[in-house]
Ligand binder design. Sequence first.
Ligand SMILES: [Fe+2]
Ligand SMILES: [Fe+2]
Length: 272
Amino acid sequence: MTACLIHISDLHRGTREAPALDDALVALCEELRPEAVIASGDLANRGRSTEFEAAKALLDRLPAPTLVVPGNHDLPYRFPTRFTSPWDRFTDVFATTDPVLRTDHAVICGLNSARPWRHQGGRLGPSRLAAAAAVLRDAPPNALRVVALHHHLSGAPWRASRKFPLKDRDKALRSLASAGADLVLGGHIHQSTAVGRQAFEALDDNRVSLVLATAPGFGRPRPHRLGEANGLHVVRWTNHDLVIEARIWQEAEFDLASEYRVQRHVHADLQG
Ligand SMILES: [Fe+2]
Ligand SMILES: [Fe+2]
């Protein structure tokens, strides 16, 4: 069995229209038939209902279930709405800010890391981490345990001066890892990266693989800026390995730019 997810992030609807990318995403989903498509925040650019509806219209074209979490650009820019009803427009369209999706071979836990009082930064409080741990611990032994949030836990060393990673990311990582997370998905910085935890942290048990994957931006709201290659990630896994493909938009299609592979051990093996 090889299972597949598609991870997109930072659509930033309300900025530049790119119908060719939208059409290519639909075609890729029809070709790969992913178990789910995950959109990890910044669906809108200024938290407007029309922007959410435009993002939903694209997701509704995809032949797969979708899971959507909000980002900092999904908060209203207006005061006092940003503080009095920060998520009403988002939940009017996407129902919840912290969704859970169970597919044939994965359990995907979406977490809202955006906060009204932070412009760029993000955080996961203890209650959200505890809720995620409960979902992950309840997953079937062979399921890929996925967490999706907007703010990145790891990022490319490029234009990183203002876009900080998730606050207290080491604590969040430890909490999610101890709950059995296999894969943590983020976005926010509009740059692709993927890394296995055992590649940067000494662990007692190197069989426990947890991959951090930050998607490139699907949208490109600031085309005058260099360095924002746009595209998406394809996640493929078996009981033996997990692969993150970075597919970058090149003229007319999402070309394979890089592939990150880690060995994986299913939780049933680890318990045995
Ligand atoms: Fe963004
Ligand atoms: Fe963002």
